[in-house]
Design a protein around this ligand. Structure first.
Ligand code: AMP
Ligand code: GLY
Length: 423
């Protein structure tokens, strides 16, 4: 089978790495890909927002399956266009991807189907939103409705901060049309966990739970990033809570999408907070998390291409998913200054010295004409290691991280250490 994978991050490198292990894979193309995916297939410099160009590439490379890694092309309707062209694709159609691309849609769906989430109010008018904020006494969270690269959620610690969030989203329009509407909800506290599942709209195949670490510094201090590291599974999550999330959140959401005549095919990924009142959904995502994918795909033992093909062809019930019993830790190596400004172009050394079973997934890297691998982004690499226990996986990940060097490199030293619940 020939596969075209869309995306360029460490998540897509992990997808490419796992696809490469499939006995069913012939040629792998990645658009646009990165130096990591170039070792596993052929990178194609296509603009992934242009579906005409992608359809042409599918024809010329005789692609059997398109795998979409990131949310933007899903929200833009790439999978719908491929369906019209008769090309199989892994990922939800545009109307189903709304579970991520419109927080108002997701909240209303949850409210209708009793999926646990914070209460909320929706506004398309800044003055009405301000009046509501002034009328509330509890701490609030303000969220832009649309896709905002993870930056459209403002956890406000005062009324002034919530009002400022309205100015940023609705008046200064920092997230463009994504800020046409906002959601305002009470601030929850508890530990966060990511749930992922494959689904073809009927069958739901759950993945292990995982946890990412968003703040840039140890102890969850400093500004949020795209994710500084991840571990799986969380050893503190009890089976009763895990079961409740699987059935009352993930399976309930897949059934709700079917009932809404938006059959959901792809990865469904609710981000949750475990509150005193039980698990509550913070958001739904319509694709793998990054960096969650880097550990989940490392733990997957089943042929990934078989799974993705079954999802795209409504036959997931025929596939049995097997997962390693190991724990897995991924540590993100970032450029000095990230998530603020940073310089790029620094040589990356030491990757050849990693243990044979430790993987470095590329994100912000590029290759110079002379072959030197250099930094090219904020999050540069995710170093992933597994072990029989979380402690052993951590120890192995960090032993390998210490062999990698580039100027300004920084990383968290506490990935895989559970953080106390936020208050
Ligand atoms: P989201 O994109 O909606 O998951 O939000 C991003 C991050 O904002 C989450 O991972 C949480 O850390 C935080 N967050 C979102 N909603 C809430 C909430 N209601 N209470 C507290 N924190 C929240
Ligand atoms: N790990 C957070 C995300 O991918 O949205």
């Amino acid at each position: 089978m020939n596969v075209l994978l869309i995306g360029s991050g460490a998540r897509e490198h992990a997808l490419a790495w796992k696809l490469r292990q499939s006995s069913r894979l012939d040629d792998l193309f990645v658009a646009p890909g990165n130096p990591g995916t170039a070792e596993l297939g052929t990178n194609l410099a296509l603009p992934n927002s242009d579906s005409d160009v992608i359809v042409d590439a599918c024809r010329s490379h005789r692609i059997d399956l398109v795998v979409v890694g990131n949310e933007d092309p899903l929200a833009a309707g790439l999978v719908d266009r491929l369906a019209v062209e008769g090309i199989a694709a892994f990922g939800p159609a545009q109307a189903s991807a709304q579970i991520e691309s419109s927080k108002v849609f997701a909240k209303e769906l949850m409210a209708r189907h009793g999926i646990p989430s914070a209460s909320f109010a929706t506004f398309d008018d800044a003055n009405a939103a301000r009046a509501y904020i002034e009328s509330q006494s509890e701490p609030l969270v303000v969220k832009a409705d649309g896709l905002a690269r993870g930056k459209g959620v403002i956890v406000a610690d005062s009324t002034a901060a919530a009002l400022e969030a309205i100015d940023a989203i609705m008046v200064r329009r920092e997230f463009g049309a994504a800020g046409d509407r906002v959601i305002i909800e009470p601030r929850l506290s508890g530990r966060e966990v990511s749930a992922h599942a494959f689904t073809d709209g009927k069958t739901v195949a759950h993945m292990p739970f995982s946890c990412d670490h968003k703040p840039v510094f140890d102890g969850d201090r400093g500004p949020n990033t795209g994710g500084m590291g991840v571990y799986s599974p969380p050893d503190w999550l009890d089976e009763e809570t895990a079961k409740a999330i699987r059935s009352d959140v993930t399976e309930a959401a897949v059934a709700a999408m079917m009932a809404a005549e938006r059959p959901y095919r792809g990865v469904i990924y609710p981000g949750l907070m475990l509150t005193n009142a039980g698990p509550m959904v913070l958001e739904f995502n319509c694709r793998f998390g990054d960096p969650e994918a880097q550990v989940l795909l490392h733990l997957l033992e089943t042929d990934l291409l078989e799974v993705l093909w079954a999802v795209a062809n409504n036959s997931l019930h025929e596939v049995e998913l097997r997962w390693s019993q190991d724990a897995c830790v991924g540590v993100v190596l970032a450029s000095g200054g990230y998530p603020g400004g940073y310089e790029t172009g620094f040589a990356i050394e030491g990757l050849a010295d990693l243990d044979a079973d430790v993987v470095a997934f590329h994100a912000g890297t590029s290759r110079r004409d002379d072959g030197t691998l250099v930094t090219a982004g904020g999050r540069v690499l995710t170093i992933v290691a597994a072990g029989p226990t979380l402690a052993q996986a951590r120890e192995k990940a960090y032993r390998n991280v210490e062999r990698v060097r580039f100027q300004g490199m920084h990383y968290r030293r506490d990935i895989g250490v559970a953080q106390p619940a936020s208050v």
